[in-house]
Ligand binder design. Structure first.
Ligand SMILES: O=C(O)CCC(=O)C(=O)O
Ligand SMILES: [Fe+2]
Length: 419
């Protein structure tokens, strides 16, 4: 099959309709007229307002060992405390209650939640059970070829031209949840922004769908998991707001705050004089310490000082709270170390406590090395300094433990040999 014969577009008529029915039923498009004209206007103004304030930025993501910058600029809005994790990066959602522009996006979100539900019910079967209570939207701003300082990539499998977002399924979503994408672009008459769709479990043509300005498309139920989608670049700038039901099990401030509270609750016990160290307690403390340091605090500072300034109404304070808790955990590790040092042969320091602390600190050391390497990736060089990683949390000679844990690990290994 030549590349062109393996791609179908709506203008192909019946063959397109047949393949769509057979393999892409979960992909549905709403014409602009489905939403009120006033909402279209408000949303466009809101996006422009956010863009004029510099709120759309490139993400520096990581896949395997490769660190790269996204072609699109993005911005995440959502419920209080929500984050969205993709390609080893945690995005922190700007709460969509409060500012006028964000309230408009929240209104769009509510409207799309309702339309998505109607669309899924209409499709029936398993689609009707799918979830569409959107808790975040990842908004993309896409430039056209030549406008962006980052070169667009060519789609090579099917020869579809340049992609603004290459083939993928969205990650970190609730299973079988529907994704709704609203978009708007500068030159509506051209109708040249398209999404490409590809079935993963079927031998069939790829679909290429041009989308009218201000249209919405839905990937219903399991569609996202059973297909890949890509965005084919048009000839004028475009916004797309991608509404998602993001997973929440380990991805909200409320969750990590609870974990910190639980960890700090065992600190007095671990620090009590003459109390034998409990390896299980050390393990729990270490798990939370590692999670809050690498999944939250460092993920935040990785995204630079402009990002922190943008988040000053919500996340900066939350990250400060988490850092305070983490500091307390570092201090507790220090106390545990002193206990082990003082009484290396007493029953207060069972060998399992050594082994556990040693394992925990080695893991932290490895993750810190990996993090440091990531912050030095060349991808950051193309970004303004205000978007490069910030070296926080800070260490000085009053810190309970050093950033570089090598000497501490060495000490523990020596002590363990004596036991
Ligand atoms: O812009 C679009 O139409 C979709 C963008 C997308 O796939 C994404 O943000 O994950
Ligand atoms: Fe996507």
């Amino acid at each position: 099959m030549s590349p062109s014969s393996s791609v179908l577009e709506p203008e192909d008529g019946e063959p397109f309709a047949r393949v769509h029915r057979a393999h892409y039923r979960g992909f549905v498009v709403d014409a602009p007229s489905v939403l009120p004209a006033s909402l279209h206007d408000d949303v466009e103004r809101a996006f422009d307002d956010m863009r004029s304030r510099g709120e759309f930025t490139h993400d520096v993501v990581s896949a395997g060992n490769k660190v790269s910058t996204t072609y699109v600029r993005r911005c995440l809005l959502g419920e209080d405390g929500m984050t969205y994790h993709y390609q080893k990066l945690r995005l922190f959602a700007q709460p969509w209650r409060g500012r006028e522009a964000y309230e408009v996006v929240r209104r769009l979100n509510e409207t799309l939640t309702r339309s998505a539900r109607e669309r899924c019910e209409k499709l029936g079967g398993a689609f009707a059970e799918s979830e569409c209570e959107y808790n975040v939207t990842l908004i993309n701003y896409m430039e056209t070829e030549g406008e962006s300082e980052i070169e667009l990539r060519n789609e090579e499998k099917f020869d579809l031209g340049t992609t603004s977002v290459s083939w993928h399924s969205d990650s970190s979503l609730r299973e079988n949840s529907t994704v709704a994408v609203y978009h708007t672009y500068e030159a509506p008459e051209r109708k040249d922004w398209r999404v490409a769709l590809r079935a993963l479990n079927a031998e069939c043509e790829v679909l290429c769908v041009p989308l009218e300005d201000k249209a919405t498309y839905y990937m219903c139920g399991e569609f996202n998991a059973t297909h890949h989608h890509a965005v084919l670049t048009g000839s004028s700038a475009r916004y797309s707001s991608t509404h998602r039901v993001a997973v929440v099990a380990k991805d909200t401030f409320q969750y990590i705050k609870r974990r910190c509270i639980d960890a700090l609750a065992i600190v007095p016990d671990l620090e009590r004089e003459n109390k034998p160290l409990d390896a299980k307690q050390i393990q729990f403390l270490a798990d939370v310490h590692r999670e809050v340091e690498f999944q939250w605090i460092r993920m935040f500072h990785l995204q630079g000082e402009a990002h922190a300034a943008w988040h000053d109404t919500y996340w900066t304070r939350k990250i400060a709270e988490l850092t305070e808790a983490w500091d307390r955990m570092e201090a507790c590790f220090r106390v545990i170390l002193s206990k082990l040092k003082r009484s290396s042969r007493s029953p207060e320091s069972p060998p399992r406590a050594y082994a556990m602390l040693l394992y925990a600190l080695k893991t932290v050391k490895e993750l810190r090395d990996e993090y440091t390497k990531r912050t030095k990736a060349s991808a950051y060089a193309s970004l303004p300094p205000s978007q490069r990683p910030v070296d926080l949390p800070a260490y000085d000679n009053t810190s309970p433990l050093p950033f570089e844990l090598k000497p501490v690990i060495y000490f523990l290994e020596e002590e363990q040999n004596k036991v």
